[in-house]
Design a protein around this ligand. Structure first.
Ligand code: ADP
Ligand code: ZN
Ligand code: MG
Length: 473
């Protein structure tokens, strides 16, 4: 029997606010442990939370971008549990009335559009961080305690590991482009839990699911889902039942292990947070946020494919990064060769940005436009242009200056090349005879010889034309 995988994601994103959600402590990452704490985020008796308005704005923004209905009232609940990274022994979260509900996100999986439901988006506070020291001790850093989070919960509408990865990527791109979260997975600003079940192909009733916690890369999400659905299929085939569990993925071994049997909501003794009043959310508050929502990455992708005739692959890579897509559109606005511009961005430029860990392209789009026109005019070769781009990442020189300084200008002057071509013909009688006997390939060899003599600086198109003229005389 074949099985269908079913996946729902729970994505945690830290909100991009300067201060924590219920106190004024800084949210800056990477500071000395326990220097960004106060009685409120440490849960001292008698301290009271004050809600950060910016955090609510960002959460509403996420809800609108993901097509959710925004609740009229904002209320919080206490989720009670004891863990060393949670000094209050409860987390302020939303349980009864999540801020955003019933949305969806559109993705293109295998070239086909598909809607994935968003069950809800709720606001909560982050916990601290356990630091496992080498000597076996565990230390606690409370700097992260009380940083505002949203949890985005998808419906179980996802059926493939790669599809889940795409949903996660798409949501990240949206949160990043709207500056809702910085989405730095390596700093823990964005984490994903995956819920996985399997059911016989063609059936409708969902199987029992497990949850794998805290995945922090796109690849890990896909690998963990593949591995877990395989494990469940084996469990079922051996005549056993899948048990509702929370599991842990180890990306190094490629295996997941039991963390604990799944707690249910009763275990958390949720009750309305008594220290925060219910707040009415007005229409004008929401309307103002609506106005600040710029074109989303997928819409931009579709527009790029239509307006600039980009492939889906190129359009996706360019549109998902706001800095890069703005830069691209500026370059194109100068009437540049779109195909060349986009292909430079998706290949060399993205590679160099990654290598150099840059968030922005370090030179003006005008420079790439100039470089492309130099290629199209035969002033430089495509190979030389790639060297020039590398140098443009380091130097403020204009591309034509870089080309001159590095002897990358192609010789296209026929008079200059004529003499060299003649010498090459004289020196390669055999190839000349071959060509005259109809061996078309001989011309490539001869062109190569001219290139060699000019140390690669000649324009191969001009040489080819010159050689053909000479040989036909
Ligand atoms: P809980 O309240 O136990 O956390 P939820 O209903 O909030 O459960 O669902 C949590 C996540 O699990 C959601 O992303 C949802 O889509 C997903 N999910 C629910 N049922 C299944 C299932 N049978 N298989 C896979 N995922 C599921
Ligand atoms: Zn604080
Ligand atoms: Mg849940």
């Amino acid at each position: 029997m074949d099985y269908q995988t079913v996946v729902g994601l729970e994505i945690h994103a830290e909100l991009l606010t300067n201060s924590k959600i219920f106190c004024s402590c800084s949210t800056t990452f990477g500071r000395e442990a326990n220097t960004q704490v106060c009685p409120v985020c440490m849960g001292m008796p008698g301290s009271l939370p004050t809600l950060n308005k910016k955090a609510v704005e960002l959460a509403v923004k996420a809800g609108l971008a993901l097509n959710c209905t925004i609740s009229d009232n904002l209320s919080f609940d206490r989720k009670n549990y004891f863990y060393p990274d949670l000094p209050k022994a409860y987390q302020i979260s939303q349980f009864n009335n999540p801020l955003c509900k019933d949305g969806y996100i559109k993705i293109d999986y295998n070239g086909k559009p598909k809607k994935i439901g968003i069950a809800d988006i709720h606001i909560e506070e982050d916990a601290g961080k356990l630091v496992h020291a080498e000597n076996g001790q565990t230390l606690i850093d409370y700097n992260r305690c009380g940083v505002g989070l949203i949890e985005i919960v998808t419906k179980p509408d996802i059926n493939f590991a790669e599809e889940a990865k795409l949903v996660f990527e798409e949501i990240k791109d949206i949160l990043e482009c709207l500056k809702i979260s910085d989405c730095k997975m390596q700093e823990g600003s964005l984490r994903c839990d995956v819920n996985v079940s399997v059911m016989p192909l063609g059936t409708q009733t969902l199987g029992e699911r497990t949850e794998i916690k805290n995945l922090n890369s796109f690849g890990a999400v896909a690998r963990a889902i593949k591995n877990e659905s395989q494990r469940q299929i084996e469990v079922i085939k051996s005549g056993q039942k899948v048990i509702r569990q929370t599991r842990k993925w180890d990306d190094l071994t490629g295996k997941n292990t039991l963390l604990r049997n799944k707690e249910n909501s009763d275990d958390y003794r949720f009750f309305p947070e008594p220290d925060l009043p219910t707040i009415k959310i007005g229409k004008s508050f929401i309307d103002n946020i609506k106005e600040s929502i710029i074109e989303l990455p997928r819409d931009k992708k579709v527009r790029f494919m239509k307006d600039y005739l980009l492939s889906e692959f190129d359009a996706h890579l360019i549109s998902r990064d706001l800095n890069v897509s703005n830069w691209f559109e500026k370059a194109v606005s100068y009437g540049a060769d779109v195909k060349r511009i986009s292909s430079f961005i998706v290949t060399d430029i993205r590679r160099l940005m990654k290598e150099k860990k840059l968030e922005k392209i370090p030179f003006e789009p005008e420079k790439l436009v100039k470089l492309v026109s130099m290629i199209n005019d035969g002033v430089i070769s495509l190979t030389a242009s790639k060297q020039i781009i590398e140098i443009m990442f380091e130097s403020t020189d204009a591309p034509e200056i870089i080309a001159k300084k590095n002897n990358l200008i192609q010789v296209s002057d026929e008079n200059e090349l004529d003499l060299i071509a003649q010498v090459v013909l004289n020196e390669n009688k055999e190839a000349v005879d071959d060509y005259k006997k109809g061996k078309e390939k001989a011309i490539l060899y001869l062109t190569g010889q001219v290139m060699k003599k000019t140390r690669g600086s000649a324009n191969p198109i001009v040489i080819n034309k010159l050689l053909r003229e000479k040989l036909s005389n």
